[in-house]
Design a protein around this ligand. Structure first.
Ligand code: ADP
Ligand code: ZN
Ligand code: ZN
Length: 674
């Protein structure tokens, strides 16, 4: 008996949704993994639940290859999620489905997989220790949990660092586990998983917990994924890719730091794991908790509209408070022409010295790594540009290199100016390396450490640097936004934002929202308990002391900041009051890329529900000798935008051959960085 089956496969996008018909001799339920011929290759596929696109007669269908019969089929809910994500982010179903499975799964045959499964079945039962007595809930935590249990609308758990959000996640997870369900917990950063994993493992000693993130070995990722899929793991903790874990008994979804941009995938299928988590929970009829001190304005607006519930944790556990915020007006500093402003204002230096005397720690936030962002020749004006990008190469003093942070192009620092031979080429501006160096001079004897992408390259480097901070071996910690996130420092009583101004005037309309979140998060590193809070301060060094953002920060007033941002967004017709898609084009020349976008825009003409902005270069337009141009498409209606995109993309595929020299194009739905 021959059956016609639809199989999701990774096809080049223009061949349709990526579901093709094959013939099979055995019953293969939807969700079965198998191999099928595609062109001259054999590729992995998944039996899908809908007819394929193929318009061929049964007799002409190609036979499907061997199935991974040992693996229980992927469930209907999982396939619905994939199908939704593919449609929403304008990708093929097959591409989406296979792209989010552990890569190892596509390599194994049925025998190899059966062997892995047999090994898993033999996993020893856990070393079932006594679960610790959880702390009694605060009134706010109890109220949050009670409200969560009442309804099904997504819930924003709104509270600063140390307000007890994780304890609420633990209790909500406990309830799901007691109902015999699985809990999925998403965090923005791989670095934050071990910390959270340890807390969950300690709370649920008898339960199996697995993590899913891109730093796992392929074998480990498959093993963990299988445990979630088989239902033997009760808790799944991971970064954005974990939103696609197969969870047959899903009972709770948590998204910690829901505002964090790293929940958005920035290549391939550019999905938002936060948004998919909300969709998935809704589809499964289970609660979803979005935790943040500074919710994304999308989430906050939904709270205002009554579509999401807000569970407030207004107080820090143990009587802590946010540190007092003080703003220093940098224009008050006397300044010589051509000389960089000092790294730190006098009252900030005093504050640092006070901490040193008291044996407390300080955190200095500077979102720019390297020694100096550019080298310049004092004679002829030469600057250390990257020959391949429209960007400066950054001076790294430690290894005396000039490095491009966009394409990676690295050279030794020249001895003299390449243009005029002048020996006096000097760094301009300041990065974390230089700040660290200057601090060692300004604060003799202080132990100054630096944590950024450069200092943490080696395996385990971040962990060892963090533990040095925790152990009190560091007095002053200099770092990029990496250090502002999540890490539970207990000895910090001073936080300094060294130079936060650039975000105030960035072309990206989300820059102020990000800066506010970053500063709140950094501030949250200090003042964890009442005693510490009394001595905690946060200093902002700025040339724009009157800016509304800093005024709101001083009052720790997220709501006021959000309201003013939402007003601006409303009048400018920006998200969350409109919906965006970004079409990016890359070519050897900007003309070719722009011509493609112009042709794409012409296709959208006359469609009333859609607005198309003129093509513009992004902030860094040339990277690795490729020119980039982008174009925003906007609509007041999400469904209208979706309908438009679904029709537009096939037309863009058809358009492409006419644009010689076009290297790549891609559409980003709900883009975060524009
Ligand atoms: P957040 O996730 O908001 O940063 P946590 O849940 O980590 O907050 O709580 C901060 C600290 O307070 C942690 O050390 C935690 O163990 C403790 N804590 C949380 N809830 C309570 C509670 N109800 N009683 C006592 N301590 C608590
Ligand atoms: Zn010169
Ligand atoms: Zn470059």
């Amino acid at each position: 008996m021959t059956k016609r089956i639809a199989v999701a496969v990774e096809t080049p996008q223009h061949t349709g949704v990526g579901v093709l018909d094959y013939r099979a001799d055995t019953e293969l339920p939807p969700g079965t993994l198998l191999r099928v011929p595609l062109g001259r290759r054999e590729v992995p596929g998944i039996v899908w639940h809908r007819p394929g696109d193929t318009e061929v007669a049964d007799e002409a269908l190609r036979p499907a290859g061997p199935a991974l019969a040992a693996l229980p089929p992927l469930g209907e809910a999982w396939r619905r999620l994939v199908e939704f994500a593919a449609a929403y982010y304008q990708r093929g179903v097959g591409e989406m489905a296979l792209g989010v499975l552990p890569p190892e799964l596509r390599k194994l045959d049925d025998v190899q997989l059966a062997r892995r499964l047999a090994k898993l079945a033999k996993l020893a039962p856990l070393p079932a220790g006594e679960a610790p007595e959880p702390p009694p809930l605060t009134a706010e935590q109890a109220a949050a949990l009670a409200t969560l249990a009442e309804g099904t609308a997504p819930a924003l758990l709104h509270g600063v660092t140390g307000s007890g959000k994780t304890e609420v996640y633990l209790r909500a997870a406990e309830q799901a586990l007691e109902r015999g369900q699985q809990a999925l917990v998403l965090v923005p950063e791989i670095n934050l998983t071990p910390q959270l994993e340890a807390r969950f493992a300690a709370r649920f000693p008898g339960r199996r917990l697995v993590s899913l993130h891109s730093a796992l070995t392929p074998a480990q990722r498959l093993k963990n994924w299988l445990q979630a899929h088989l239902g033997t793991a009760d808790l799944v903790l991971g970064t954005r890719l974990a939103v696609f874990a197969s969870l047959p008994r899903l009972g709770l979804v948590v998204v910690d730091e829901e505002h964090d941009p790293s929940f958005k995938q920035q290549e391939g299928a550019r999905y938002s794991a936060r948004d998919l988590a909300v969709w998935r929970a809704h589809d499964a009829g289970v609660p979803v908790l979005l935790g943040s001190a500074t919710p994304s304005l999308e989430t906050w607006q939904r709270v205002q509209e009554g579509r999401y519930r807000r569970l407030a944790l207004d107080a820090r556990i143990g009587g802590g408070a946010m540190p007092r915020v003080r703003v220093f007006d940098m224009s008050r500093l006397p300044r010589e022409r051509g000389v960089d402003a000092p790294a730190l204002a006098p009252p900030v230096l005093d504050a640092l010295r006070e901490r040193l005397e008291r044996g407390e720690q300080s955190l200095l936030l500077l979102n720019r790594r390297g020694y100096a962002p550019v080298l310049q020749c004092g004679e002829c004006g030469w600057k250390s540009g990257c020959p391949h990008c429209s960007a400066w190469r950054v001076f790294h003093k430690a290894d005396r290199t000039l490095r491009c942070h966009h394409c990676g192009f690295t050279e030794r620092v020249p001895r003299a100016c390449p243009d005029c031979g002048n020996q006096d080429i000097a760094p301009v501006g300041r990065g974390t390396e230089k700040l660290q160096e200057q601090l060692s001079e300004l604060l003799p004897g202080a132990r100054v450490a630096r944590i950024d992408a450069d200092s943490t390259k080696g395996v385990g480097a971040l962990e060892s640097q963090l533990s040095a901070v925790h152990a009190g071996e560091v007095d002053v910690l200099v770092g990029t936004q990496m250090v502002a996130k999540g890490h539970d420092f207990r000895r910090i009583t001073l936080v300094v934002a060294v130079n936060p101004d650039s975000a105030l005037f960035a072309s990206d309309f989300r820059a102020p929202e990000r800066l506010f979140a970053l500063l709140m998060q950094a501030g949250g590193r200090a003042g964890r308990d009442a005693e510490q809070a009394a001595r905690s301060e946060m200093w902002i060094q700025t040339w724009n002391p009157k800016h509304a953002l800093f005024a709101a920060l001083k009052r720790h007033d997220y709501a006021a900041f959000a309201a003013s941002q939402l007003d601006e967004r409303r009048s400018a017709g920006l998200p969350p009051f409109s919906h965006l898609a970004l079409l990016r084009a890359e070519a050897k020349t900007a003309e070719v890329a722009s011509a493609f976008l112009d042709a794409a825009a012409a296709l959208a003409e006359g469609i009333e529900t859609i607005g198309v902005y003129p093509p513009v270069p992004p902030a860094v337009s040339r990277v690795a000798d490729v020119e980039r141009v982008q174009m925003l498409v906007e609509s007041a209606s999400r469904p209208a935008l979706q309908r438009f995109l679904a029709g537009w993309l096939p037309e863009l595929h058809a358009l492409r051959p006419a644009h010689k020299g076009l290297i790549r194009w891609a559409v980003d739905v709900d883009p975060l960085a524009i």
